[in-house]
Ligand binder design. Structure first.
Ligand code: GCU
Length: 599
């Protein structure tokens, strides 16, 4: 009875979140029309297309896509005679003049659409950095804040058969109260950075669902289904043909229905990333997905996958296009990155410091690579600012909503390298509570910082650790903290009987620059740090995984050193041109050994 009540409360809060967020999931399983390609743009550093000269919102802004109606008419912009940018894609790497640009760019896409009778239409954005205001045919659809999470708007009653124009004001200006805030060690790539799709659905459609192995029972699938439309109360079915399983139930007047049924699936794991075809059906809609079932737990200082201790052989990675740079979005880019993880003998990746695109998460499902997924609560944001909290919370909700059915995602991270103080603790504790309410099947973590209790002893005793399942720890022994020789002198302790993941260690090296092992920026220095660090890893208590910083060099505005960095963070073990550095092979060999012989 108690379990039933707890589960009702738990699922009801998820239902409320899903309603509020209004995000449609599993876009690739639906009828879509891509709006990717070239979009017309207007670069608008003074936001002249939005404000009038009194800095009031202009009802006749560029979103109206006006054209002179007569030879005397005054219209001082024209999308169709203007430049174009590729969507998806950041603007910084598409035009030299936009490399350092931070501000507003207006995007316009014209399209025709023949909407079938009785159907509904949504426009779905994988992401746009940072703030987007969206209009269709001059009418405002809504706004979205946050550069790394999806959003959608319904356009059923606005779309015309011919000559629709979708316009966006995208602004990537940084600001103190934003998430992330003004300083990050990654490039502020602006633009419509992920796919844009028109999504056609029935009047009442399957908006969202959560189908995962139950946290408390190995042979039970639990979750919920949520319909949206004018016939919310419908019979639904969950079918898993390969398991000859059909579960039937009925949604309530809000379109919500809990699900729970017995199954004995082959459990998903890196060795056997088994995915099942799962079909969700209601009377007016049907949706297919590929879902893996696995159990992830933290117990007595260990991470357990399907009940067995596992060591997470990982690497950190930014969402940067391999070989060229720029914000990545494609399946090909994801394949390159995840194949490098495999080449490293890895089974885990930390997608830093923000939710990456859905393609890499779904590919990790297929390839059997576990994921640490994170929201950009990075360094020192405004902990006391209510809008900052709401913003962080909506990014958390969107991240979990989009990827909650992905077996590969095992950890939700709520923060990276945040300062110890009461406001921060209160802020992050509230986020963690929300994350647990949204998804009780995964582990919650954060990347914390070193705390010395004497010259050679570091203790994991951050008060936030109490609220986490797994404590992540970033340490730069041998790079920011002493020279590589120092690493062997350090001991770690923890006050928590919880797993530790060393979520960052590393050193910078310019690929091809060689010298003795104490000459900074040489491959030998970086390799020496790795040699020392992997030895240290064997001495860290409760160590359950690691994600060295970082898989490949990535752009950063904080790294100007000429001839070495040139706006690249050089801590990659692979260069920005995709060339492996010496440290790559040290980590590869270490993981081979751990894979064979354990830590
Ligand atoms: C930090 C931070 C990273 C950064 C790295 C570095 O720990 O989390 O975002 O890039 O250190 O300094 O290279």
């Amino acid at each position: 009875m108690k379990f039933f009540l707890v589960s009702v409360l738990f699922f009801t809060s998820q239902f409320i979140f899903s309603q509020k967020l209004n995000l449609i999931t599993n876009i690739e399983g639906r009828k879509t029309t891509s709006l990717n390609g070239y979009w017309k743009i207007i670069i608008d550093p003074y936001e002249n297309g939005f404000y009038n000269y009194r800095y009031e919102e202009n009802p006749n802004g560029y979103f109206k896509n006006q054209k002179p109606q007569s030879k005397s008419d005054l219209v001082e912009y024209d999308f169709d005679k203007s430049d174009s940018l590729m969507v998806p894609g950041d603007w910084n790497t598409q035009q030299e003049k936009l490399f350092l640009y931070e501000g507003t760019i207006w995007y316009k896409k014209s399209f025709d659409y023949n909407l079938e009778n009785g159907k509904r239409l949504f426009v779905y954005f994988g992401a746009a950095n940072y703030k987007a205001i969206v209009y269709l045919n001059g009418i405002k659809l809504g706004e979205h804040e946050g550069g790394f999470t999806p959003f959608n708007f319904e356009i059923t009653n606005l779309v015309k058969e011919k000559d629709n124009f979708l316009t966006l004001k995208v602004d990537d200006k940084r600001s103190r109260e934003f998430v992330p805030t003004v300083n990050t060690d990654w490039w502020n790539y602006g633009g419509i950075t992920r796919d844009v799709d028109l999504v056609e659905v029935p009047q009442t459609f399957i908006k969202d669902y959560f189908i995962q192995l139950d946290k408390n029972f190995d042979n039970k699938i639990s979750g919920w289904v949520l319909l949206n439309g004018d016939k919310p109360k419908q019979k639904i079915k969950i079918e898993i043909p390969e398991l000859e399983k059909i579960f039937s139930a009925e949604t309530d007047e809000t379109g919500f229905c809990k699900i729970g049924f017995e199954v004995n699936p082959v459990l998903w794991s890196p060795e056997n990333p088994k995915l099942y075809d799962v079909i969700v059906k209601c009377e007016s809609d049907s949706l297919k997905d590929k879902i893996g079932f696995r159990k992830i737990e933290a117990k007595d200082g260990k991470v357990l996958l399907n009940g067995k201790p596992i060591f997470l052989r990982g690497i950190s990675s930014h969402e940067e296009v391999p070989f060229t740079g720029g914000r990545s979005y494609s399946k090909e880019d994801a394949e390159t990155v995840l194949n490098w993880v495999k080449e490293l003998n890895g089974n885990f990746i930390r997608l830093a410091h923000y939710p990456h695109n859905e393609k890499i998460v779904r590919l990790a499902d297929e390839m059997g690579i576990m994921i640490w997924s994170e929201i950009p609560v990075y360094w020192t944001i405004l902990w006391k600012n209510e809008a900052t909290f709401e913003n962080a919370l909506s990014q958390l909700q969107a991240m979990i909503t989009r990827d909650k059915n992905r077996a590969s995602v095992i950890l939700w991270s709520v923060a990276n390298e945040t300062p110890r103080n009461d406001e921060r603790l209160a802020f992050l504790t509230k986020l963690i509570e929300n994350a647990r309410e949204l998804d009780g099947t995964r582990l919650i973590t954060a990347a914390l910082e070193n705390h010395y209790i004497n010259d050679s002893t570091i203790v994991m005793d951050d008060p936030l650790g109490k609220h986490l399942d797994v404590t992540g720890l970033n340490e730069y022994l041998g790079w920011y903290d002493g020279l590589p020789d120092k690493i062997s002198k350090i001991n770690y302790q923890t006050i928590y009987n919880k797993p530790i993941i060393i979520s960052e260690f590393g050193a910078g090296a310019l690929q091809g620059y060689h010298g003795d092992k104490l000459t900074r920026w040489t491959e030998e220095f970086q390799a020496y740090v790795y040699e020392q660090q992997v030895k240290l890893m064997r001495r860290v208590p409760n160590l359950s995984g690691m994600t060295p910083w970082i898989l490949s060099d990535f752009r950063s505005p904080r790294r100007p050193l000429p001839g070495i960095q040139d706006f690249w963070n050089r801590k990659g073990i692979i260069s920005d041109k995709g060339i492996k550095k010496k440290a790559f092979y040290i980590l590869k060999d270490f993981y081979e050994d751990v894979k064979k012989n354990g830590l």
